[in-house]
Write a protein that binds this ligand. Structure first.
Ligand code: NAD
Ligand code: ZN
Length: 371
């Protein structure tokens, strides 16, 4: 069974840190978790350290969050092929130890984040308008580009996240995907302070951050998830009303009663197809359902008569762009959201996947790449 560790970091002294880096050589090999086929063995072993291209930084990843997307990538259950062999991971926080010749926005010793969107073309109509994640040439960390489940990872410097010096690297890791994603999804729901938002999957990795971002935005938060431990976590994060889908006989009625007619917005971060369709039933008239969670092969069904008469909207939301990333990190840095994390060694990744598959994870697991 995995142990729960909490770690506190002393603020990093920048000048001494750079000196250390100057005397540290980058090794040829490193520890990482790699798989050679979908669903195959997750091997914790020595692998080569990648070399940054001209536009890339090389990040010495200290911690990486484990997102449910990493489990999808390993299983290969989405209609988008992964690169093989693959080093997964896309919530990596670490230190820049090398950079390509054309990198202007990072210096050696800076703190950087490896995000899901590793790079994009930056010249298509979508990139031009800030929809970089929707770029047809998007390169994805831990999916089409080796990610953060290794001690050294590369990222396009333009997309890598800027993290302030002194930041606790274990705690910021989940912000790099989960935090950015739910922050963007809440913006996509276009709600006003005082309105109700329902978070379906409220005590998972994305959900536990969504509750806090929503609160910080002045929203009233109803959470849906299963079990007493998840209920307790939800309330400890500031959530107001919890609906337990494993106990409640009529989830739709319970949500509508608690919110006096349904939430104005719903953020779907569960990995449950039926729960996603159900959100179109309980959402308030003129409300917005946001699709974020990506259960394999799922279809969201909305009954047309009610959809029209209630005039509801269904919108997809996919990670966030560079501005969303900067803003989501700013909420974290200002102490408005905290990561409910459990830290374990990178070698324990297969056990984390197992717990995630069983829906047993509270908040987020973060792996320490040194162990
Ligand atoms: P997670 O496993 O940490 O959390 C999922 C939560 O959903 C769990 O707490 C689980 O108990 C809960 N749940 C299960 N069945 C439910 C039901 N019927 N009703 C309500 N809650 C239920 O996963 P995560 O890391 O938070 O990721 C969630 C999903 O979001 C994954 O599919 C992931 O790939 C996807 N994702 C999407 C984006 C995006 O940009 N759209 C970004 C990151 C992750
Ligand atoms: Zn993710």
């Amino acid at each position: 069974m995995l142990r729960t560790l909490t770690r506190q970091f002393a603020p990093i002294n920048r000048s001494s840190f750079i000196r250390t880096l100057a005397t540290t050589t980058i090794p040829e090999t490193q520890k990482g978790v790699i798989f050679y086929e979908n669903g195959g063995k997750l091997e914790y072993k020595d692998i080569p350290v990648p070399k940054p291209k001209a536009n890339e930084i090389l990040v010495n990843v200290k911690y990486s969050g484990v997102c449910h997307t990493d489990l999808h990538a390993w299983k290969g259950d989405w209609p988008l092929p992964v690169k093989l062999p693959l080093v997964g991971g896309h919530e990596g926080a670490g230190i820049v130890v090398a950079k390509g010749d054309s990198v202007k926005n990072f210096e050696i010793g800076d703190i950087a984040g490896i995000k899901w969107l590793n790079g994009s073309c930056l010249s298509c109509e979508l990139c031009e308008q800030g929809f970089e994640s929707n770029c047809a040439h998007a390169d994805l960390s831990g999916y089409t580009h080796d990610g953060s489940f290794q001690q050294y990872a590369t990222a396009d410097a333009v997309q890598a996240a800027k993290i302030p010096q002194g930041t606790d690297l274990a705690n910021i890791a989940p912000i790099l995907c989960a935090g950015v994603t739910v922050y963007k999804a809440l913006k996509t729901a276009d709600l006003k302070p005082g309105q109700w938002v329902a978070i379906s999957g409220a005590a998972g990795g994305l959900g536990s951050l969504a509750v806090q971002y929503a609160k910080a935005m002045g929203l009233r938060v109803l959470g849906i998830d299963g079990g007493d431990a998840k209920k307790e976590l939800f309330h400890s994060l500031g959530g107001e009303v919890f609906v337990d889908f494993t106990k409640e006989k009529n989830v739709t009625e319970a949500i509508q009663n608690a919110t006096n007619g349904g939430p104005h917005g719903v953020i779907n971060v569960s990995v449950a197809e039926a729960a996603i369709s159900q959100s179109t039933e309980y959402v308030r008239p003129t409300g917005t359902v946001v699709l974020v969670g990506l259960p394999a092969g799922a279809v969201c069904k909305s009954e047309v008569f009610s959809h029209v008469v209630k005039s509801i909207q269904i919108k997809g939301s996919y990670v966030g762009n560079r501005a969303d990333t900067r803003e989501a990190i700013d909420f974290f840095t200002r102490g408005l959201v905290k990561s409910p994390i459990q830290v374990v060694g990178l070698s324990k990744l297969p056990e984390v996947f197992e717990l995630m598959e069983q829906g047993k994870i509270l908040g987020r697991y973060v792996v320490d790449t040194e162990k």
